[in-house]
Design a protein around this ligand. Sequence first.
Ligand SMILES: C[S@@+](CC[C@H](N)C(=O)[O-])C[C@H]1O[C@@H](n2cnc3c(N)ncnc32)[C@H](O)[C@@H]1O
Length: 281
Amino acid sequence: MLFWESAVIPFGINIYKNEAKMKYAMESEGEAKRLETQAQQKGYQLEGELAGIDLPVSGKFLDAGCGSGLLCRYLKTQASSREVWGVDFSDLRLHQAAQAAAAENLNIAFQREDLTRLSFEDASFDVVFCRYVFEHLARPDVVLKELHRILRPNGKIVLINFDGIVVNMHSRDQFLQEQLEQLAKGYVGDLYIARKLPALLAHHKFGDIHWLTSCMDFTASNRQEEALNTRSRFEFANEVLCRIFGGEKQANEFKTRYFSALDDPSTTIFYTKFVVEGTKR
Ligand SMILES: C[S@@+](CC[C@H](N)C(=O)[O-])C[C@H]1O[C@@H](n2cnc3c(N)ncnc32)[C@H](O)[C@@H]1O
């Protein structure tokens, strides 16, 4: 049985609860599997993202918005002396993350938390990661304030995001171009937030801010993989698409145009990955 097919919490892994009522656009049974598959796709791999980052081999690490827990598992596998915590507000993904960690005998603490009001005490963590989460947040400022609060002085924050994810596309279909703008405007988060992260960190009094960018260009071989990934994204976020486009019929028309544009070799699609680091002063 695959870990995301079971909802049983493995013995020895703690899942605590608190109140969290917000909803994630792609909330779905299949989202953990999508995240795990995505992590195998070219350009989405953790090894590349973390390559230039100097991380301690011990101390307390938090993955904020951990999803299926792949980054937690990676951090713990790289150095077992680290105390790794993964938090998310989806019970479903926390169960799935706990299953996956247990399958690898990794001792990781998973806990239900809303990033806008974390239950951790001030200065509890040495390193905080937040990967592929900020573009989905309605209140990024509030979350960054919380992440700053729970970091120890001189603690490190690492934010990983794609700028223009899904929407950074140009096709010959003018109507689709307008729909892409509508999608970016109507989305609860900000699909172009990655370029703004250094300024957000500075605003929240982080120091030693630096970042690396890389371009993910979907050309021949990885284009099909990304099309499949986005098919799942759109399927899981269908409710959101219907709201943005004004109904099921309009959302379906958008999806049809989107995937036919991807089949056109003259359509460009590329995202810019930002790996942004800062230090709590
Ligand atoms: C795109 S997934 C990324 C998961 C993981 N970080 C990864 O790299 O695969 C975004 C995750 O953030 C979580 N999330 C979004 N907003 C949140 C919030 N306000 N509080 C807690 N978790 C949140 C979602 O439930 C989802 O699991």
